[in-house]
Design a protein around this ligand. Structure first.
Ligand code: SAH
Ligand code: SF4
Ligand code: F3S
Length: 450
């Protein structure tokens, strides 16, 4: 979480959606810091409330409306309160949001974060209609300065938008066309973060493997090497890789670049060639599997995770069986699985054969149960081994314990060692004693030996 900023006014910021949005929230706070806003976690104490929204599935969009409902009444006893909506719902709906929430003051899309100060000025002058900024034009100062989300870890955007137009996906409509950021600018930001004490950076893009195709001056593997050259950076991660664009050069970089964490998130979406074709994903199941096999043969311990959609229009029982077969064949370390949700304006929303909710929900249940077993099996292979963990803070389930992450992204909980530095960002060797489907438990290695 962002540390408290110093200033005269208070902002309450709630973020939904992906890391891209988390990163945008960090940038929003960066811009607000310049105009003397500090962060509060209590909406009742805020002068400004911003909801940074996501519209990837209908459920995500509905969360925005319920959050707005909660904040509406705060205006009745604090008339000076400014309420804003940013992110993908803001980009998609724009001024239409005012029909549902006429008390809104500002609406701005992901490409307009650098306009925030002007929008706030307009809002506080009570100019009507409210300030709405949806332009998709990318300003020179658009990236602004990111404040690290924690002291030791930060996300760095390396590109915006997406050109893939997968049939189900709203992102190309909310985030616009793909544009890469110049490598020098990315490296400069990483250096600045390293100077502030950041040890781990995650490079962000909807399809990092096409970095450099539209703007940018080097290939993605080359950018990774440049980032690895920054002193003080110890771990480098990236999301998301598109299976159709992942190159052998990148695959071999996991061998040659020790700072690169051996984890890849490679969303497959379905195990059926027919469904993948209708989705417009640009690869077959066998092509996907050959990439994964190469990665696993080169680096047996590498974590491979994925996204799956069940109930895409026209998905038959046989298609779903193919997805289950792929799950069994690849044995992913973990997956994010979703019921298909029709998004307005996307190609698949108009497909005739929508799958009934009950069928989608049953398929999701079956998929998740099978993956739980596989995740447990993959985690059990780590019992008895000693793994380097970056401390993140107190464990969510037991405040007496610490929680950290392995370089593959697995959560490890362990009792806090006495007499050792354990603040967030410290590296500790932990011996794994128990595996669960979604986490590991262990003891600090030295202690176990003693
Ligand atoms: N750029 C990334 C994914 C971005 S969205 C990629 O291409 O892999 C994150 C995930 O949300 C997707 O991988 C997909 O599994 C899921 N998703 C996107 N649109 C969806 C929809 N309409 N219904 C259900 N899940 C969806
Ligand atoms: Fe959406 Fe496909 Fe782009 Fe990913 S690659 S953001 S799923 S359109
Ligand atoms: Fe959601 Fe927009 Fe990210 S739709 S998943 S916040 S790109």
């Amino acid at each position: 979480m962002q540390e408290a900023l110093s200033g005269d006014k208070k902002v309450f910021l709630e973020t939904f959606g992906c890391q891209m949005n988390e990163n945008d929230s960090d940038r929003i706070l960066g811009f607000l810091k310049d105009i003397r806003y500090s962060r509060t976690y209590e909406p009742g104490k805020a002068d400004l409330i911003i909801i940074n929204t996501c519209s990837i599935r209908d459920k995500a969009e509905q969360k925005v409306y319920s959050a707005l409902g909660r904040f509406k009444e705060l205006k009745s006893w604090n008339p000076g309160l400014i309420i804003g909506v940013s992110g993908c719902v803001a980009q998609q709906q724009g001024a239409k949001l005012l029909k549902r929430a006429p008390y809104l003051d500002i609406v701005f899309g992901p490409h307009n974060i650098h306009r925030l100060k002007d929008l706030l000025d307009e809002a506080s002058l009570k100019k009507r209609p409210v300030a709405v900024e949806q332009s998709a034009e990318i300003g020179a100062d658009e990236y602004g300065f990111t404040l690290p989300s924690t002291k030791h870890r930060a996300f760095v955007s390396i590109m915006r938008g997406c050109d893939n137009f997968c049939a189900y996906c709203i992102v190309p409509y909310t985030r616009g066309r793909e544009v890469s950021r110049g490598s020098a600018e990315v490296v400069e930001e990483v250096k600045r973060l390293s100077d502030e004490g950041v040890k781990e950076v995650t490079l962000l893009g909807q399809n990092v493997n096409s970095y450099g195709n539209n703007g940018g001056d080097v290939s993605f593997p080359c950018l990774l090497r440049m980032v690895a050259g920054v002193e003080g950076i110890e771990r480098i991660k990236f999301i998301t890789s598109h299976p159709k664009d992942i190159s052998e050069e990148l695959i071999y970089l996991f061998r040659d670049e020790p700072k690169l964490c051996r984890h890849i998130h490679l969303p497959v979406q379905s195990g059926s060639d027919g469904v993948l074709r209708k989705m417009g994903r640009g690869y077959t199941v066998d092509e996907y599997f050959s990439r994964v096999s190469l990665l696993r043969s080169l680096y047996p311990g590498m974590a491979i995770t994925t996204d799956m959609i069940v109930g895409f229009p026209g998905e038959t029982g046989a298609d779903f069986d193919d997805t289950m077969a792929l799950l069994d064949r690849v044995r992913f370390d973990s997956i994010f699985s979703f019921m298909y949700s029709p998004r307005p304006g996307t190609k698949a929303a108009s497909f005739k054969e929508q799958v009934p909710f009950e069928v989608k929900s049953e398929r999701l249940r079956i998929l998740m149960a099978a993956q739980r077993e596989i995740s447990l099996e993959r985690n059990r292979r780590l019992e008895g081994s000693t793994i380097e963990v970056v401390v993140e803070g107190a464990s969510k389930t037991d405040v007496e314990e610490l929680s950290g992450r392995t370089s593959c992204g697995r959560v490890v909980n362990f009792p806090a060692p006495e007499g050792e530095r354990t603040e967030a960002g410290c590296l500790i060797d932990v011996s794994i004693t128990h595996a669960f489907p979604n986490s590991l438990r262990g003891m600090v290695a030295e202690r176990l030996k003693a």
